[in-house]
Write a protein that binds this ligand. Structure first.
Ligand code: FAD
Ligand code: NAD
Length: 405
């Protein structure tokens, strides 16, 4: 009898959580487990703003996938997923293809540009290690060029961040630490640098606790960030961006660097494969399967789960992706063991902590507000917890954040 084959696509938070749980629960005689990922390393997406700003080396945010999988049970394939042929139960990869009996799609999200002109061509997004390295190098290149030009172009030293959601704010927090270092390194006047955050909503971190938001805004403004609220990015050009506030006239902001951090959508592989989705995210059944596809589970940023209390989707977070990874592993194990009852996924939101740079943060943890050094400590503990859940204590010792005092 042929063993069923479980294929997991993506080794991010959701995919690695599902893989490490499955390798513990499933016996070698019960099923084959295959993990596919574009790179041979996993990166902590939640630390990418640090690598992008240059406050943390990009090697610190990644580790070898083979360090956390049990190679006697999991076959790892480094390749890019092109398409899922749902009827034929085949995944097309760039260099080969693979059959599956059960599939876990954990390919993460992609930037949502809402069709805004020029963003894809001229703006950066904090999406993976390659992008983070490029953003860091680009900013440094702008700073390095400034003093070598006869006619000084101050806009080289302007960095625009589109969106004041958690990604935009965390990135700005890192930049406020990095810019003084860069100014020192390249003999630049700090006052020539502009850090501009453009947010379409009337407030920073829309929907978050107003007291904590005020704290974040005043801390970042004190370190030089200019906020343009109620202002939407309308276009991105090689010279900068065009913005509009309500009905007012469109204005240009010249900038050497534009980073778009104004939203995520599901992975494009989902739509390419003809799986029904909203902005690339699949509204999954309570057991995390895609409607109409009994053998396909979708987890993480490419899935969509409704918070019944407010009748709106849960925001795509690592916290949810990891919890989905565990539930999906248990449900696949149940199916393989011919159990009929599958577990329903219920997010257990422990809190949200938003970093404001090296030693500052804001957050709500178990319903309590925290800010400053205490919140920053908690953020590092959250980061270490993710390492612990996937790779155990040895991974925490290797990659953990211990600069906590
Ligand atoms: P990911 O962790 O992004 O993993 C996707 C994986 O799929 C990657 O390994 C990628 O290489 C691989 N992949 C993609 N496409 C292909 C392909 N075609 N073929 C093969 N492999 C592919 N959430 C929180 O809960 N807390 C936070 O503090 C937090 N901070 C964040 C900070 C930043 C700067 C950002 C950008 C996001 C943050 N988030 C945070 C959100 C969180 O990172 C995501 O929700 C989470 O990463 C989603 O997990 P995932 O498993 O769906 O995808
Ligand atoms: P987001 O969707 O949460 O925020 C995007 C922001 O961009 C919004 O405030 C929106 O109003 C704004 N925006 C949209 N279009 C715009 C335009 N044309 N011009 C100007 N502003 C515009 O996206 P995000 O911040 O990337 O977060 C993505 C997900 O990752 C969220 O679920 C978030 O909770 C999670 N995340 C969590 C943390 C954390 O917990 N510390 C950190 C980063 C990201």
């Amino acid at each position: 009898l042929r063993k069923p084959r479980i294929v997991i696509l993506g080794a991010g938070y959701g995919g690695l959580m599902a893989t490490t749980r499955l390798q513990k629960m499933i016996g070698v005689n019960e099923a084959d487990i295959v993990l596919v990922n574009k790179h041979d390393y996993h990166y902590e997406t939640t630390w990418l703003h640090e690598a992008s700003a240059g406050t943390m080396h990009h090697d610190r945010v990644r580790y070898d996938i083979r360090d956390v999988i049990d190679r006697s049970k999991v076959n790892f394939i480094q390749d890019s997923v092109v398409e899922i042929k749902t009827e034929e139960k085949v995944v097309v990869l760039e260099n080969s293809q693979i059959d599956f009996d059960y599939l876990v799609v954990a390919l993460g999200g992609e930037p949502e540009t809402f069709g805004i002109k020029g963003l894809k061509e001229f703006a950066f997004s904090i999406v993976n290690v390659n992008a983070a390295r490029q953003i860091r190098e680009h900013i440094e290149y702008q700073f390095a060029n400034y003093n070598n030009e006869e006619e000084k172009r101050d806009e080289r030293l302007t960095i625009v961040v589109g969106g004041a959601g958690f990604t935009g704010i965390e990135f700005l927090g890192e930049l406020t630490n990095r810019i003084p270092e860069l100014c020192h390194e390249y003999d630049l006047d700090f006052h020539k640098v502009r850090l501009v955050c453009v947010e379409a909503a009337p407030m920073v971190l829309p929907g978050f606790d107003p007291e904590l938001v005020n704290y974040a805004v005043s801390q970042l403004e004190r370190k030089g960030v200019e906020f343009m609220l109620g202002t939407a990015i309308k276009e991105c050009t090689p010279e900068g961006i065009l913005v509009a506030k309500g009905e007012e006239e469109v204005k240009e902001i010249k900038a050497g660097t534009v980073v778009w951090a104004a939203g995520v959508r599901g992975n494009s592989v989902i739509e390419k494969s003809g799986i029904e989705a909203m902005r690339g995210r699949v509204k999954v059944q309570p057991d995390l399967r895609a409607p109409g596809h009994d053998n396909i589970f979708i987890i993480g940023d490419s899935s969509l789960v409704i918070n019944e209390e407010i009748n709106r989707p849960y925001p795509p977070t690592a916290q949810i992706a990891m919890q989905q990874g565990e539930v999906c592993a248990r449900n696949i194990t149940a199916i393989i063991r011919n159990k009929t009852e599958l577990e329903s996924f219920k997010p257990d939101i422990k809190g949200t902590v938003c970093s404001l740079g090296e030693d500052d943060a804001i957050g709500v943890v178990y319903g309590k507000k925290v800010f400053g050094a205490k919140a920053s400590f908690m953020k590092k503990m959250v980061d270490n917890r993710a390492l612990l859940m996937i790779g155990g204590p040895s991974l925490v010792l290797k990659k953990g954040k211990f600069n906590i005092l």
